[in-house]
Design a binder for this molecule. Structure first.
Ligand code: TRP
Length: 366
């Protein structure tokens, strides 16, 4: 069997640099890697509704925003199949059966869900749909027969949960589901990119993001307001690198060429860091350097985005044809699952008749 990639995002807002380094860059590599037969990227609107069910138009609008983010960073609809989760009925069916394979105690141990529940403070109590979304995510992954799931490290518990479900299913019903593997950014520094406030990872709800679609103006404002080192008041003061957001981002985004181009006082980041720590290098200079690097990257996405924003008809066709392809793929898996679970009643009249006759025969004999 071929190798298949599946991943997705909740369409709850435009994508940011945390998504870019945490997962999107891996997807760009995969789309050009010939060892994969098919790559699916899913807009997980159903999962987004588990904590936004009162706000469906917000999710509806963000499906297009996120799709344009994908296209503007260079994910190519010729190489990637984009689809909408809620349009794939097989996922609901699979979830229905997988729910039996997971205990409530196991769900409660999921660290990602635990953190999210604490953050989201569900006033009216915890929605069952939210509580069980790791199970529906297992349906997403297995429905595509995915071997590989490129995600950020925050999704590790979801992959583990999926692997447990696959193992349990195959044990009970016979080898049916494909065992998936998560792939995470190679660069450990890119795990959980911190927000511009330096407080926590970049996250829309914390208002500390730099978006892939950020305008030049607001990018400048955000970089210039980044948290650095609260004790670095005068240029001559010694500076700290640890916890300094500007240097954290430089670690992730800067290479030696950038020094040639934008800051030839230093040959590389180590020299620059050394000067900062020794004292004599001001925050503004560091921030301007970072701004140049980020602007170089984001301006390309921004220009591409402007073009896509004018092509809503093409965008509709991309997501519609991708979703049709995904319906076909996931329905096949669902048929396979139902057969393994012996609930494929209306596919197989002969077996049912034979089984019945045998049981009658046994009764007659006994
Ligand atoms: N839970 C993922 C997120 O919050 C989105 C998602 C839904 C997903 N289904 C998926 C990711 C399947 C990978 C595979 O970003």
């Amino acid at each position: 069997m071929g190798k298949i990639v599946l991943t997705g995002d909740r369409p709850t807002g435009r994508l940011h640099l945390g998504h870019l380094v945490g997962s999107l860059q891996n997807r760009l590599l995969l789309q050009d890697d010939k060892s994969y037969d098919e790559i699916f990227i899913m807009l997980a609107d159903g999962q987004a509704l588990t904590d936004n069910f009162k706000n469906p138009s917000f999710i509806r609008n963000n499906i297009i925003q996120v799709l344009i983010d994908y296209l503007s960073i260079g994910l190519d609809p010729e190489k990637v199949t984009f689809c909408v989760q809620s349009a794939l009925p097989a996922l609901c069916e699979l979830t229905f059966y997988y729910l039996n394979l997971v205990t409530t105690a196991r769900l409660e141990r999921n660290p990602t869900v635990k953190t999210e529940i604490a953050q989201k403070k569900f006033d009216e109590g915890l929605p069952v749909g939210f509580y069980t979304y790791p199970i529906s995510q297992a349906a997403d992954i297995t429905a595509f027969d995915a071997n590989v799931v490129p995600v950020g490290v925050d999704q590790k518990p979801m992959i583990e949960q999926t692997r447990e479900i696959v193992q349990k299913f195959n044990n009970i019903y016979g080898e049916t589901l494909v065992m998936p593997e998560g792939i995470y950014p190679k660069d450990v520094k890119a795990h959980r990119l911190v927000g511009i406030d330096g407080q926590a990872k970049m996250s829309k709800s914390l208002n500390n993001c730099i978006y892939i679609s950020e305008s030049a103006e607001s990018l400048k404002t955000k970089v210039m307001s980044m948290y650095t080192d609260k004790d670095h008041i005068n240029i001559t003061d010694k500076g700290k690198i640890e916890g300094n957001v500007v240097f954290t981002y430089l670690d992730v985004f800067c290479n030696d060429n950038h020094f040639n181009e934008y800051l030839n006082d230093y040959k590389n980041l180590d020299e620059m860091k050394e000067h900062y720590q020794r004292g004599g290098l001001g925050d503004v200079k560091c921030k301007k350097f970072l701004l140049n690097i980020l602007e170089e990257k984001i301006s390309v996405y921004r220009e591409s985005r402007v073009k896509w924003e004018k092509k809503i008809n093409d965008i509709y066709d991309i997501i519609k044809s991708g979703t049709d392809r995904a319906i076909e793929k996931t329905n096949k898996t669902c048929d396979k699952v139902k057969k393994a679970m012996k609930i494929d009643y209306f596919q197989d009249k002969d077996t049912i008749v034979k089984e019945w006759e045998n049981s009658i025969g046994e009764k007659a004999r006994s």
